[in-house]
Design a protein around this ligand. Structure first.
Ligand SMILES: *Cc1c(COP(=O)(O)O)cnc(C)c1O
Length: 373
């Protein structure tokens, strides 16, 4: 296996290499922010917000400090009582659930389906007289079944906040992730599909009142025009430096997504015959996978991931221990069989535009060697 290639080590992501491809633009953005000396709540932020709203297909975008803040503010805007319940998938990053709790509501967990996203056929059984909202999560670049989620929400008069932190650029029948419900919530954590050089997040929405409220709440509750504090707010702005960097990177995102899809297609072609592997390709017309992550299921679980690491391939095994099993969170494990099964088997292969073809072939050879091929 290893004789075929000079590659011996592959990083999960390689921000230094990617920076090398856009260095002139990033450095110019840095110089511009420094020359203007404008760091908080200034033009670079507004420019990036305009770019993000346009990209997603919403009227407004509001830059915040993290994906968590985007989620927490969205839920907080809607929560009226501590008894309010919000439906959230059992398989997601803990921040989806913590945002609900910290916004003052009660999370109600629902199992996921084979595509790692909320199983819509289980949502209605979890609706009670206290249910107020649904937070679908679009994991790994593949959207939850939003037409179905919106239908259920309409029928039961519920609001919808999309945790789109892993799926910028994805869509269903051309309608962008983050443009379906009250809000789309984005994370620009460095390893996300659009990653900054530090923490960052954003909200997209068509709701003018919510956008204005979020703009005040991210800035201590202050209405910047009148100086009036309109509520007890937070300090969670996306800073101008990150906004300037992200505006540069957003311009490259479409071409990076093309590269991601090409790598995914190569993985599928080269690994599709291995019986122990379930690859993340789903046959759903109109659904567009942008492959923030290439998360497969290996029936051999940890043995498979350990093999990849031993052979120099950095893989991610999110989320081996489901968040509801962490005692400190005080959640109830009411039985989520699909989440249980897939969390034993998940393994994300390196997937980023900066991977070289040689590295992709080395990853493929390493996977095939595990199966004795
Ligand atoms: C990354 C992520 C978040 C949180 O984003 P931060 O910017 O790290 O706060 C929330 N939900 C999902 C699904 C994520 O992947």
């Amino acid at each position: 296996m290893t004789e075929k290639t000079a590659v011996r080590k592959v990083k999960f992501v390689n921000p230094v290499r990617l920076y090398g491809t856009i260095k002139a633009e990033i450095d110019a953005a840095y110089a511009d922010v420094m020359a203007k000396g404008a760091f908080i709540n200034q033009q670079h932020l507004r420019d990036f917000e305009a770019s993000l709203a346009k990209f997603v297909g919403t009227k407004y975008a509001v830059g915040v400090n993290s994906g968590y803040d985007a989620l927490m503010l969205s839920v907080k805007y809607k929560v009226k009582s501590p008894a309010d319940e919000v439906i959230v998938p059992a398989h997601t990053f803990v921040a989806s659930c913590s945002a609900i709790v910290n916004a003052g509501a009660k999370p109600v967990l629902v199992d996921v389906g084979k595509d790692f996203n909320i199983d819509c056929s289980r949502i209605e059984a979890s609706i009670t007289p206290n249910t107020r909202g649904i937070m679908p999560v679009h994991l790994s670049g593949w959207m939850a079944d939003m037409p179905r989620v919106m239908e259920i929400a309409k029928k039961h008069n519920l609001w919808v906040v999309e945790d789109a932190c892993q799926s910028l650029g994805s869509s269903i029948d051309g309608k962008g992730a983050g443009s379906w419900g009250l809000s789309g919530c984005w994370s620009f954590y460095p390893f996300k599909i659009l990653g900054g050089y530090g923490d960052g997040g954003g909200i997209t929405t068509d709701d003018a009142d919510f956008a204005a409220w979020a703009r005040r709440m991210r800035y201590n509750g202050e209405d910047r025009e009148t100086g009036e504090y309109c509520g007890h707010g937070f300090t969670c702005l996306l800073d101008n430096m990150q906004a300037a960097f992200l505006d540069v990177k957003l311009r490259h995102l479409p071409e990076w997504i093309v590269r991601r899809k090409a790598i995914a297609a190569r993985y599928k072609e080269a690994l599709g015959d291995l019986p122990g592997l379930l690859l993340p390709h789903y046959d759903r017309p109109g659904f567009d996978h942008v492959y923030q992550n290439y998360t497969l299921r290996a029936l051999e679980g940890e043995k498979f991931s350990a093999w990849m690491r031993e052979h120099g391939v950095e893989v991610l095994t999110q989320f081996r221990k489901p968040y509801y099993k962490h005692a400190g969170l005080g959640l109830k494990d009411t039985g989520f069989p699909e989440t249980e099964a897939l969390s034993r088997e998940v393994c994300s292969l390196p997937m980023c535009p900066e991977l070289t073809d040689e590295e992709v072939e080395y990853i493929i050879a390493t996977v095939r060697a595990f199966y004795g091929k």
